[in-house]
Design a protein around this ligand. Structure first.
Ligand SMILES: Cc1ncc(COP(=O)(O)O)c(C=O)c1O
Length: 426
């Protein structure tokens, strides 16, 4: 097997924003979990659509015909990204909007007394829409998180799962602290009870390959702006579930078909094409590393094989950098890392607090050095505010790694946190 050496310069050269400076320091974009930067090919594809093909759908004239064809390609490319079939892929404004519409749709079928399970580790986007079902008499239960391990309490999940459970909505990777949950196990247990499963892969998708068929998930959502694309939400819905799903949309009669029954209004064609280009960007990375990951790529072919290799390369590049940041920050007196135990899988997202200092102050100091990190609850309200109880001190400081970040940027981050700690002690 060919030795893996990630060509970070090749990636960086595709992101013009990376040459920006702040107060004389080069900008270091560690804000990826809030939305990644966008490579040039994404901007070019969106611009090309708007300049040369812009039209509404289903017309006889050439730009409309082209728009329809490009939209179809969009479904095919995103299906390759998720390991799905193209008639199982739908688009919407964002994952939150998609989940709101899905919950509204399920409200048409669920009965009072039916049960839905959500989790305390999730972003509100995959909690609030389901919680609203309680207005329709549905019982909504939330699985606890262990504050020491930042992991879901699986015993609590098993206790909450009953014969009345109709749907389980769970998070694959936590945007607040990077915990990766064993969703395959959760799905298996839910299916044993006949429940439908919904996986929020918004924070997972930029970091690891996804295979919805292997996972056997019924519904999965992700957002293109977290994996180098524009603002767009993507829904995978298993065909057998989609055929029975009662959607909420214009002409929501029983004749509406998949996947368009999951979509409302005129599609954002340009954003779909931006998402296509984002996947092409990932496949292009993968093409360079096909030999390195040949043993793990199975029988995959064509674009799917390149996407898988691209995601494996990204994961293999980000992990040691994230481990390095965790190890170095962990040595600084007063830093508390919020993460699952070392042997547990995680994304390359590192979250911490410094003593009882407001996380906003840490993020502001780093921003002055050109180091872009987020602070707060990141809409993961339950885990950050109720489980970790960090609401009154600015939540967490969150550092997110992407394939355009470098080891030198990590060193600058670590040094700057040390400087902040020294200043704060004075
Ligand atoms: C884990 C997770 N789920 C859901 C969302 C919501 O996604 P969107 O902004 O596309 O609605 C986010 C956004 O940060 C997220 O990180």
């Amino acid at each position: 097997m060919k030795e893996f050496v990630f060509d970070v310069d090749y990636v960086r050269n595709q992101f013009p924003c990376l040459c920006r400076s702040v107060n004389g320091n080069p900008a270091a974009f560690f804000d990826g979990p809030g939305g990644t930067q966008v490579p040039v090919n994404v901007v070019e594809k969106m611009t090309d659509y708007l300049i040369n093909h812009n039209a509404n759908q289903a017309g006889h004239f050439i730009t409309s015909v082209e728009s329809d064809a490009l939209f179809k390609t969009g479904r095919e490319v995103l299906a390759d990204f998720l390991g799905a079939d193209s008639d199982e892929i739908a688009f919407g404004a964002s994952s939150t909007s998609n989940l709101v519409r899905l919950a509204f749709g399920f409200a048409r079928s669920f009965k009072p007394g039916d049960e839905v399970i959500i989790t305390d580790i999730d972003h509100e986007g995959n909690r609030s829409p389901w919680r609203t079902l309680s207005d329709f008499g549905v019982v909504v239960k939330s699985v606890k998180v262990n504050p020491e391990t930042c992991m879901l309490d699986m015993e609590d999940y098993e206790d909450k799962l009953t014969d009345k459970t109709k749907l389980v909505a769970v998070n694959w990777a936590a945007n607040a602290c990077g915990t990766i949950t064993d969703v395959a196990h959760i799905i298996k247990l839910a299916h044993d009870k006949g429940a439908i499963t919904v996986v929020d892969a918004v924070h997972y998708a930029p970091h690891y390959p996804i295979d919805v068929k292997e996972l056997d998930v019924d519904i999965l959502v992700c957002s293109a702006y977290k994996f180098f694309g524009p603002h767009l939400g993507i829904v995978y819905m298993k065909r057998s579930i989609g055929e029975k799903f009662k959607a909420v949309r214009v002409y929501a009669d029983d004749n509406a078909t998949m996947p368009s029954k999951l979509e409302t209004g005129t599609p954002a064609f340009e954003n779909v094409l931006g998402a296509v280009a984002a996947v092409e960007f990932l496949a292009d990375i993968g093409e360079k590393y096909l030999e390195c990951f040949a043993e793990k790529l199975g029988n995959s072919t064509g674009r799917r094989r390149k996407i898988l290799a691209g995601m494996m390369a990204i994961a293999a590049y980000e992990k040691p950098l994230a481990d390095y940041i965790r190890a170095e920050l962990g040595k600084i007196d007063g830093i508390k890392l919020y993460m699952s135990p070392p042997d547990q899988p995680k994304t390359s997202t590192v979250s911490f607090t410094y003593r009882d200092i407001n996380s906003s102050d840490v993020a502001e100091y780093l921003a002055s050095k050109g180091i872009f990190v987020w602070y707060g609850d990141f809409y993961a309200l339950q885990i950050v505010n109720s489980v970790l109880k960090l609401g009154d001190r600015g939540g967490l400081v969150r550092v997110g790694l992407e394939p355009y970040n470098t080891r030198q940027e990590c060193d600058r981050l670590i040094e700057s946190v040390k400087e902040f700690a020294n200043t704060a002690k004075l």
